[in-house]
Write a new protein. Structure first.
Length: 270
């Protein structure tokens, strides 16, 4: 079983990338489970025809974990992809990372962490204990950073590198960096910048995904690009990403940059 996690700054297109990746993987005759690890609970929405499925945290809060069944939290979406949303606490109270911990405990109890591929879609602005759990506890063994060429997006990706480096130092740790995914914003020389960032943190850019209006068209129609426009160039980029991830053996311990070096890198490509 291949267990991968996509981390990145909020709003970078991580959930869009995750959903399209899962859709592309499902067309390779693979059993796919996608787990949204973000309080926004929108990771799996395009796989569920626009539906916001109940979250583990909401169900546990209302019923108690003893009264939640597997069928309450795992939903079958596009092309047989199993979908789970961790959710989070009510606004203003509690720890958002707690939803991830509760979700993993529940899925483990039911033996539901299974399949050919598990895709964890994780918020990466702040890698606190809860959000780091997929890689800290050995669930996510390959970490992919979703970033654009914008400085704050690279800053968040670099912070995640620090977490991976720290966790990889543990004797029994299986956590490694699989690569960097450039979800482009259309900046000049963006592909070159992200590729060089990946090289400097001891990794590679596994896929460049250009900005394309078809992504918004698909989402307005409550679908992934893979479903909405399967013959489009954008769908081809997502299928390429799926293939490269499945074939990837270049797993590394990252070497995160100091902030001055990161800013200097960004200035080189202005």
């Amino acid at each position: 079983m291949k267990q991968i996690a996509l981390y990145g700054k909020g709003g970078i297109g991580k959930s869009t990338t995750s959903a399209n990746l899962s859709a592309a993987l499902s067309h390779r005759d693979l059993s796919v489970l996608q787990i949204g690890c973000d309080p926004k609970r929108d990771s799996t929405r395009m796989l569920m025809q626009g539906r916001f499925i109940p979250t583990v945290m909401d169900l546990v809060r209302v019923r108690g974990d003893a009264n939640v069944s597997l069928d309450d939290v795992v939903f079958t979406g596009y092309n047989g992809i199993r979908c789970v949303e961790a959710g989070g606490p009510e606004p203003g109270v509690g720890c958002a990372g707690r939803g991830i911990i509760a979700t993993f405990q529940l899925l483990e109890k039911f033996g539901a962490l299974s399949g050919d591929v598990i895709v964890y879609d994780v918020l990466g602005d702040v890698v606190c204990g809860g959000f780091a759990m997929p890689m800290r506890e050995g669930y996510a063994q390959e970490i992919y950073l979703v970033t654009s060429g914008e400085l704050m997006s690279l800053y968040a990706a670099n912070n995640i590198c620090k977490a991976v480096q720290r966790l990889a130092s543990r004797v029994k740790s299986k956590c490694r960096l699989g690569g960097v995914i450039c979800n482009a914003k259309g900046q000049p020389r963006e592909e070159e910048l992200v590729s060089e960032f990946a090289r400097r943190v001891n990794s590679t850019m596994v896929q460049y995904i250009p900005r394309d209006h078809v992504v918004q068209q698909a989402e307005v129609n409550r679908q992934t690009v893979i479903e909405f426009a399967p013959d489009s160039p954008q769908a081809g980029h997502y299928r390429s990403l799926a293939g490269r991830i499945m074939e990837n053996t270049n797993l590394t311990i990252p070497t995160p940059l100091e902030i001055d070096d990161l800013e200097s890198l960004a200035r080189e490509f202005l």
